[in-house]
Design a protein around this ligand. Structure first.
Ligand code: MRU
Length: 348
């Protein structure tokens, strides 16, 4: 028997505006913002009001649809120039998650063979909607593949939020937990709080709790102890960019968990759609890692916790080398072994 779960969504298209679950306010407040301009979209992405690689891509695609609606272009050439300008603007919001660039490129390419401004406006909107619809299907499929890796009663550790609100629905790393719940299978999730901005504590716990998934919060420095004492059988994380050799950028702290998994001899899984792969880059060294503002480290929820004037290093992501990754779970199946070959085959 399958159970109907309460699984939140973060982004929806209203035809002339975007409704966005403001993730900076969670879990204290469930606020939906209305975005009406491309600037609103850029600012929401930068401020992490929407975050998570696929959700950033979806929102940016709707951002282009929003912008395109209001173009007063006289001909298709002017329309395409405007679209390229807005594409570049949205692409400047965050550098690491490749889904942003993938989605913007897809929407831009969708008007390649259009001749009229009206047709191009429709195409942009349709493509953005398609990206969102596809992502929901893809995430569910990732969840189905991932679920084959777990057994009844397993305890699994995750970091950050690679869940429903980081995607169109279901999430990537969190998808198997929703599907398990639907099927009546018991999995226990340990969510690492994920300093500096607490996506694990604020978002992962919030969304899994609503669906009735068994979730326990730990601070980041409790990971080794929790694996040792709570019988964690696997670690599963999302990704912001996976390059040709399988090296994977994900939320800062992921690399450390992969090292722990090796020490404790438990599998370390990455769950991600093909839209998170970047076959143009050879190794993880080529990935641009976003560094964010110092207040994220010196303050917690706006309250200062470090001295004024202190030096701060705040990389938002780290890169896990391919040799620490047991398997990469995609909508096309589970990749293992020689990632270079497996990934090349996926993008043939
Ligand atoms: O800085 P964020 O919150 O956008 O970082 C998000 C992550 O690192 C996620 O794990 C990743 O984007 C995958 S979301 C399905």
């Amino acid at each position: 028997m399958s159970t109907v779960l309460s699984i939140p969504r973060s982004v929806s298209w209203n035809g002339d505006s975007i409704s966005l679950l403001n993730q900076t306010k969670l879990p204290i407040e469930v606020e939906y913002k209305t975005l009406t301009t491309v600037q609103d979209v850029w600012e929401s992405i930068v401020a992490l009001e929407v975050r998570g690689a696929p959700a950033i891509g979806i929102t940016a695609a709707f951002g282009l649809a929003l912008a395109a609606k209001n173009y007063e272009a006289e001909d298709i050439t002017e329309f395409l120039e405007n679209l390229q300008t807005n594409r570049a603007y949205l692409a400047s919001s965050r550098p690491t998650a490749v889904n942003l660039f993938w989605a913007l490129d897809r929407v831009t390419a969708s008007v390649d063979d259009t001749f009229t401004v009206e047709e191009a406006k429709q195409r942009v909107e349709q493509e953005a909607l398609l990206i969102q619809e596809e992502d929901e299907r893809v995430c569910r499929t990732i969840g189905e593949h991932a679920l084959t890796l777990f057994q009844e009663g397993d305890s699994v550790l995750t970091i950050c939020n690679a869940g429903s609100i980081a995607t169109a629905r279901y999430g990537t790393a969190l998808a198997p937990f929703y599907l398990a719940k639907e099927k009546g299978m018991n999995l226990k999730v340990y969510a690492s709080e994920t300093r500096p901005v607490l996506q694990g504590a604020r978002l992962t716990t919030w969304e899994l709790q609503q669906a009735g998934v068994d979730v326990t919060l730990i601070t980041d420095n409790m990971a080794a102890n929790t694996i040792q004492t709570k019988g964690i059988s696997a670690i599963i994380v999302g990704a912001d960019r996976i390059v040709s050799n399988g090296d994977t950028a994900n939320k800062i702290g992921t690399f450390g968990l992969a090292i722990l998994a090796k020490y404790f001899n438990i599998p370390f899984y990455v769950a991600a759609p093909l839209s998170t792969f970047d076959p143009t880059l050879e190794t993880g060294k080529d990935i641009i890692i976003e560094e964010r503002n110092t207040e994220e480290v010196t303050h917690i929820q706006g309250v200062r916790t470090a001295p004024e004037g202190i030096g701060v290093y705040n990389p938002a992501f780290d890169v896990t080398p391919n040799e620490l990754i047991t398997a990469i779970i995609t909508e096309q199946g589970i990749l293992r072994g020689n990632y270079k070959e497996e990934i090349a085959r996926l993008f043939e």
